[in-house]
Design a protein. Structure first.
Length: 207
């Protein structure tokens, strides 16, 4: 009986020891799996690109004029000039494009000692003014020979193909502007250009 009891006791202790070892092993595996998930998640987070930093103007909520069509123009070229209310508009390019429109590009400079507002340049049309505040949507071209006036192109929502969101122009500051119009006939090479508050000036069309 003594021998049988000793054998049984040893088997019981061996079983307890094995169960304990298995529990420790399983616990270790669980920890490794969790650590692996955390490491994977951390790796994915580090691989994600950070959001682009906003510009100082965006941080301050300032409007930035849309001058996309005027970026590749030589500012030293002066085809014409118009003045009004302490401002000077210099035209750098008047180009006829194959798409059936004429693009006028220039620079407006405030030569006065006070800030000038751009709100009048949109013209008197209420819908155009509502859709294009602080823009040059009020500009026109006049074909005197063909006796026809051309207005700035717009889309079906009355948004103009021109510079928009022009902030008040501080004294001594300049802003690039562009306007796109329907193209006059190819035989028309010269038109009169007008922007509200500025004098009328004659432009020769190239292209």
């Amino acid at each position: 009986m003594s021998m049988r009891r000793t054998t049984t006791t040893r088997r019981a202790m061996a079983a307890v020891t094995l169960a304990t070892a298995l529990a420790i092993a399983l616990t270790g595996c669980g920890d490794d799996g969790g650590g692996g998930d955390e490491a994977k998640q951390g790796s994915e987070n580090s691989a994600k690109p950070s959001a682009p930093a906003s510009s100082p103007a965006e941080d301050k909520g300032e409007q930035q004029p849309d001058t996309a069509a005027g970026e590749n123009v030589d500012p030293n070229v002066k085809l014409a000039e118009a003045r009004g209310d302490g401002l000077t508009l210099v035209i750098h390019q008047v180009k006829r494009d194959s798409g059936g429109f004429v693009t006028v590009q220039g620079t407006i400079t405030n030569e006065s000692d006070q800030a000038r507002n751009s709100s009048a340049w949109v013209g008197a049309e209420s819908l155009l003014s509502a859709k294009n505040p602080n823009s040059v949507a009020g500009a026109t071209l006049v074909d005197k020979e063909g006796k026809k006036r051309y207005y700035v192109l717009r889309d079906t929502d009355s948004r103009c193909l021109c510079t928009t969101s022009i902030p008040p122009l501080l004294a001594g500051r300049s802003t690039a502007v562009f306007m796109q119009f329907p193209s006059p006939p190819s035989t028309t090479t010269e038109v009169d250009f007008n922007l509200p508050t500025f004098g009328t000036t004659s432009l020769k069309i190239s292209g």
